[in-house]
Ligand binder design. Structure first.
Ligand code: HEM
Length: 260
């Protein structure tokens, strides 16, 4: 959480729990794949390519592989040597955050409102656990009301989720965030947002801001390439957050551990 420095890849040590083991990160997968890629790169070219670069390049290529855009990823990031659970808990956005809270959090990393709106479009892929949005199914209206109240989930969709996927006690089941095309990078997420079917309050929060709502409406009524372009631009900005260069950090030999 000290920037784009591969600290998410580090394992916890006797000295303390790492970001990887912070509750919001427990559903992250694919660490073994990154470790394998890094191993191959080390064989070919030892000590040159950081884990932070491998991760930034893999994120780009994963998006392109499922039909999304590609973008230029400048390399040369160096790897961080610090990874703490506490920092991740403090700095990661929560799915119950309001629009102003999300904007402030992104601003802390030099990212603006549009970055927030377009990067949230990544929720066109993947799944969410019922526990991440159960409060919207079972106790709406609830905490987080008052300033920044978000529209409730579409009533029919919420009823469907309660009956089929997210029964009380079944909080560990998962739901596609963009049902029907959760493995394709497309405009589906923004359609769900506008239909009040996006799962998190943080998704619903985007339409509580008139300018953000207008941006989303504009992108949804344009060819997907328009979204692709703004998403790619924001991903490039995300990949440049607090990058370590020069003599900062190190080039890790193994992504899960700092060099000895
Ligand atoms: C705006 C603030 C954001 C919040 C509050 C947020 C929150 C979440 C939550 C709670 C989940 C589901 C975890 C689970 O229940 O398993 C999730 C999944 C996901 N998020 Fe976000 N997220 C945000 C921004 C982003 C950004 C910027 C990206 C990438 C550019 C992103 C990409 C993803 C992906 C790909 C998944 C699916 C993971 C899977 O399939 O397991 N999110 N997010």
């Amino acid at each position: 959480m000290q920037g784009c420095d591969g600290s998410i890849l580090l394992n916890s040590t006797a000295a303390g729990a790492a970001e990887k083991d912070a509750p919001p990160n427990l559903t992250l997968r694919g660490f073994d794949l990154i470790d394998r890629v890094k191993g191959l790169v080390e064989q070919a070219c030892p000590g040159v390519v950081s884990c932070a670069d491998v991760l930034a390049l893999a994120a780009r290529d994963a998006v392109a592989a499922i039909g999304g855009p590609s973008w230029r990823v400048p390399t040369g990031r160096r790897d961080g040597t610090v990874s703490t659970m506490q920092e991740a808990v403090r700095e990661l956005p929560s799915p119950s955050m309001t629009f102003p809270q999300l904007v402030a959090l992104f601003a802390g990393k030099g990212l603006d409102v549009r970055d927030l709106v377009w990067l949230s479009g990544a929720h066109t892929i993947g799944i969410a656990h019922c526990s991440s949005f159960a409060d919207r199914l079972y106790s709406y209206p609830s905490a987080g009301n008052g300033t920044g109240t978000v529209p409730p989930l579409d009533a029919a969709y919420a009823a469907n989720l309660r009956q089929r996927k997210c029964r009380m006690g079944g909080r560990d089941t998962t739901v596609e965030m963009d049902p029907g095309s959760f493995l394709t990078f497309d405009l589906g997420y923004y359609h769900t947002v506008l239909k009040h079917r996006a799962l998190f309050r943080s998704d619903a929060a985007l339409v509580t801001d008139p300018a953000a709502r207008a941006d989303i409406a504009g992108v949804v009524s344009s060819p997907p390439e328009v979204f692709f372009q703004v998403f790619a631009r924001s991903m490039a900005r995300l990949g440049a957050v607090q990058v370590k260069t020069g003599s900062q950090g190190e080039i890790r030999k193994h992504c899960a551990v700092v060099n000895s």
